[in-house]
Design a protein around this ligand. Structure first.
Ligand SMILES: Cc1cc2nc3c(=O)[nH]c(=O)nc-3n(C[C@H](O)[C@H](O)[C@H](O)COP(=O)(O)OP(=O)(O)OC[C@H]3O[C@@H](n4cnc5c(N)ncnc54)[C@H](O)[C@@H]3O)c2cc1C
Length: 457
C-alpha cells in the first residue's frame, strides 16, 4: 500500500491544495479521471466566457443601428472561434500539472474508496491520514446518444452545426444559446415553463426574458416528446402545455438541464461517508465528512456550485489542514453572474426568497439612466434592485441587469465585505459620469425607502 500525507480525488480547484501542501513538504497524491484543472478551465466558466466575448462583438455590430450606425457582418468564422477555444483548452491540463513540485504524485484514473482511508486507483491501493474529495459535478445525461451536453462542446464534438436546439432555462443554457444565436447558428431554446433564469429575482428575470427573447428564439412551456436522428439531423416532436404538437429539426441538440453529483464513481458504500437526498456529500462546518480525516470541498458538496466558492473553500481547507485553522469559513455573501446579453449579476436574496422566509426588507428598483455612460449605451432596460434591511441598513440582496453588471457588482460586494451598510454607497464619491455612478441613485432610493418605512412605524 502506498502511503502519502494527503490524497486528493479530483484535480479541479483542489489542484491548488496540492500545490500548497507540497510546498510545505507534504507528500501528496492527486487523482484525476479526466483533465487537470477540472470543469472551470476545461469545459466550464472559462471556455464558455471566451465564446461570450465573440457573441458580445457580434451583438454590438448587429445592434449598431441603435447608435445610428449602419453596419453588417460579412462573415463569422465559427470554425476559427472553436479552434481558438480548443487551443486554449488544450493548454490547461499540462499547465496545471506544471505547477506541482516533486512532492506531488500525479495519477490519472478514477479514485474509489476501499474503506474510510484507503483509495483504489488503477488497481493500486493508497492511504493517507487526510483525504480530500473534490470531485465536482457532471452534466445530467442527454436522453439521446447523439445529443450533446456542455461537456461535448468543450472541445466541440463533431462539426459546427448550422442549427441547434438547446433545452434548459438556467445560466448554462442561456449563455450557450446567447453565443450560438449571436454567431449566426440558427438557435432555438426550449423552456419547460414560462420562467427563464428562475433562480434570479423575479423582476430581473422578467426584464431578462423580454430582452433576451429579442436575440434568441425561445419556445416557452415546451418540451421534447420524441427525438429521431437521421441524415445527421434531429427531427424533434415538441409538445406544449396545451398538448399541441409541432415538428422542429436541427443539426445539433444540446441539453443543459442541470448538473448532478459525481459521487457515484467513489464507492462511498465502503465508507462511513453520508450523502444527502441529491447525492451530494454531507460535511460539518470544517468540511469534514462523516469519516474522520476525509474532507469534501467545492461542487461535490452541492452547496454553491460556483468556481469562486470552490476556490475559497479549497484555500480555506489548506488553512485547516496545514495551519491548524479551527474556525469555520463563513461566506458573508455569495455573488454570481449570468454572462448573456443582457448581463445579470446578483448577490444575496431575491424578493421572492425574502417573502418566503419572512425576512423584513424594503426594496427599490432604479434605472441606470442617471449615468451618462449608461445613457450612451442607448439601452432603456438596465436596472439596479436592492433589498435592504430597514432596521440595520444592511444590503440583503442586490440584482443588476445591464452592460457590465458583473463588474459593477464588485463595488457592492466591497461594501458588503467591509461594512455592510447601504449608506456607504449613498455617501461614497463616484467618478462622474462612469457606468458605476448608476449605483448612486439606486442607493439613494433604497435609503429613502428605509426612511419611509421608519416614518410609517
Ligand atoms: C458550462 C459551465 C459554465 C460555468 N460557468 C461558471 C461561471 O461563469 N462562474 C462560476 O463561478 N462557475 C461556473 N461554472 C461552475 C464551475 O465550473 C464549478 O463551480 C467549478 O469548476 C467547481 O470546481 P470543483 O473543483 O469543485 O469541481 P470540478 O472543477 O468539476 O473538478 C472535479 C474534478 O474531479 C474529477 N473527478 C470526478 N470524480 C472523480 C473520481 N472518482 N476520481 C478522479 N477524479 C474524479 C473530474 O474529472 C473533475 O476534473 C460553470 C460550469 C459549467 C459546466
Amino acid at each position: 500500500m502506498r502511503k502519502y500525507d494527503l490524497i486528493i480525488i479530483g484535480a479541479g480547484r483542489a489542484s491548488n491544495l496540492a500545490v500548497t501542501a507540497s510546498k510545505k513538504g507534504k507528500k501528496v497524491a492527486i487523482i484525476e479521471k479526466s483533465k487537470f484543472g477540472g470543469t472551470c478551465p476545461n469545459r466550464g466558466c472559462v471556455p464558455s466566457k471566451l465564446l461570450i466575448g465573440y457573441a458580445h462583438v457580434a451583438y454590438a455590430i448587429k445592434e449598431s443601428n441603435r447608435h445610428f450606425i449602419d453596419s453588417t457582418i460579412n462573415k463569422i468564422d465559427v470554425e476559427k472561434i472553436f479552434e481558438e477555444t480548443n487551443k486554449y483548452i488544450s493548454k490547461i491540463d499540462p499547465a496545471y500539472k506544471s505547477r506541482f513540485n516533486e512532492n506531488v504524485e500525479v495519477i490519472y484514473g478514477t479514485g474509489k474508496f476501499v474503506s474510510n482511508n484507503v483509495i483504489n486507483v488503477n488497481n493500486e491501493q493508497l492511504t493517507a491520514p487526510k483525504i480530500v474529495i473534490a470531485t465536482g459535478t457532471k452534466p445530467i445525461l442527454a436522453p439521446h446518444p447523439k445529443a450533446w451536453t456542455s461537456d461535448d462542446i468543450f472541445p466541440l464534438k463533431g462539426d459546427i452545426p448550422k442549427s441547434i436546439t438547446i433545452v434548459g432555462s438556467g445560466f448554462i443554457a442561456c449563455e450557450l444559446a446567447n453565443f450560438f444565436a449571436a454567431v449566426g447558428i440558427e438557435t432555438k431554446l426550449l423552456v419547460r415553463s414560462q420562467r427563464i433564469l428562475g433562480n434570479e429575482d423575479s423582476d430581473i428575470s422578467a426584464i431578462f426574458k423580454k430582452e433576451f427573447a429579442k436575440n434568441v428564439d425561445i419556445l416557452f412551456d415546451t418540451i421534447i416528446e420524441e427525438i429521431n436522428y437521421k441524415n445527421n439531423q434531429f427531427d424533434l416532436t415538441l409538445i406544449n402545455k396545451d398538448n399541441q404538437k409541432t415538428k422542429h429539426n436541427s443539426q445539433a441538440l444540446l441539453y443543459a438541464t442541470g448538473r448532478e453529483s459525481n459521487t457515484d464513481s467513489l464507492d462511498l458504500q465502503n465508507t462511513d461517508i453520508k450523502v444527502n437526498k441529491r447525492g451530494y456529500i454531507n460535511r460539518n462546518e470544517l468540511f469534514e465528512t462523516n469519516a474522520k480525516g476525509v474532507y469534501v470541498v467545492g461542487d461535490a458538496s452541492g452547496q454553491h456550485m460556483l468556481q469562486h466558492a470552490a476556490a475559497q473553500e479549497v484555500n480555506y481547507l489548506g488553512k485547516i489542514l496545514l495551519e491548524g485553522e479551527t474556525k469555520p469559513l463563513k461566506f458573508k455573501y455569495m455573488p454570481h453572474a449570468v454572462f448573456t446579453e443582457p448581463e445579470i449579476a446578483s448577490v444575496g436574496i431575491s424578493e421572492q426568497k425574502a417573502k418566503e422566509q419572512n425576512i423584513p426588507y424594503v426594496t427599490s428598483i432604479t434605472p441606470w439612466l442617471a449615468s451618462a455612460k449608461a445613457m450612451s449605451s442607448r439601452l432603456k432596460y438596465p436596472r439596479t434592485k436592492f433589498l435592504v434591511d430597514p432596521n440595520t441598513y444592511e444590503i440583503l440582496g442586490c440584482h443588476l441587469i445591464g452592460p457590465e453588471s458583473s463588474t459593477m457588482m464588485h463595488q457592492i460586494l466591497a461594501v458588503m465585505h467591509l461594512d455592510n451598510d447601504i449608506r456607504h454607497l449613498k455617501e461614497m464619491l463616484y467618478i462622474h459620469p462612469a457606468l458605476s455612478e448608476a449605483i448612486l441613485p439606486a442607493a439613494v432610493n433604497s435609503v429613502k425607502e428605509i426612511e419611509k418605512y421608519k416614518a410609517n412605524l
